[in-house]
Design a protein around this ligand. Structure first.
Ligand SMILES: C[S@@+](CC[C@H](N)C(=O)[O-])C[C@H]1O[C@@H](n2cnc3c(N)ncnc32)[C@H](O)[C@@H]1O
Length: 160
């Protein structure tokens, strides 16, 4: 909602494979009354076909708090999708907690990582460098790393 309000010239296509999350997104769209957000789609980023190929290429893909709260395959799927569907010079933006060169950036992230793994052993705070390497393999270059509050990072990858 925040991005759609801040960037009214862009059309936003929210998605989540989880029906209750989609219902929540739809309720927010209705409550905010924004006209530049499409109804939420059921995209599982690990799928080869996302069902939005007819609207590609996209200027940007935005994934907030997903990389650490899903199996590594989801990160690979997200990045592969970005490689397939982003426009030339398109941006993949990811936000969340990351390790740097195998080390947590704050004690709170270590606690968070243990909590994630207890929830699901396939979840976990990823190495920023591993995400960067996976992105590079799909033609995406890590263009910017922005330190965010609460030990999070914004990563901006660019295609081409
Ligand atoms: C912690 S929530 C974050 C939701 C939202 N981005 C936010 O910040 O409020 C993580 C989301 O990732 C989604 N997710 C997990 N695996 C996924 C996958 N393979 N494809 C697409 N979304 C996935 C989950 O359904 C969940 O809604």
């Amino acid at each position: 909602m925040c991005f759609a309000r801040a960037l009214p010239g862009a059309t936003w296509l929210p998605s989540d494979p989880d029906p209750s999350s989609r219902a929540s997104i739809a309720a927010w769209i209705e409550a905010e009354g924004l006209s530049n957000i499409a109804p939420p789609r059921a995209i599982d980023v690990t799928a080869q076909v996302w069902g939005v190929e007819d609207q590609a290429p996209f200027d940007a893909l935005v994934a907030i708090n997903m990389i650490h709260i899903s199996p590594w395959e989801s990160t690979l799927g997200l990045i592969a999708g970005a490689g397939r569907l982003l426009a030339e010079k398109g941006v993949l933006y990811t936000y969340g907690a990351y390790k740097r060169e195998g080390r947590h950036t704050a004690p709170a992230n270590e606690t968070f990582d243990a909590w994630l793994k207890q929830k699901d052993p396939a979840f976990g705070v990823r190495d920023l460098e591993a995400v960067e390497e996976a992105a590079r393999a799909q033609g995406l270059v890590l263009n910017e790393i922005v330190h965010m509050p609460a030990n999070n990072f914004s990563l901006v990858f660019k295609r081409g």
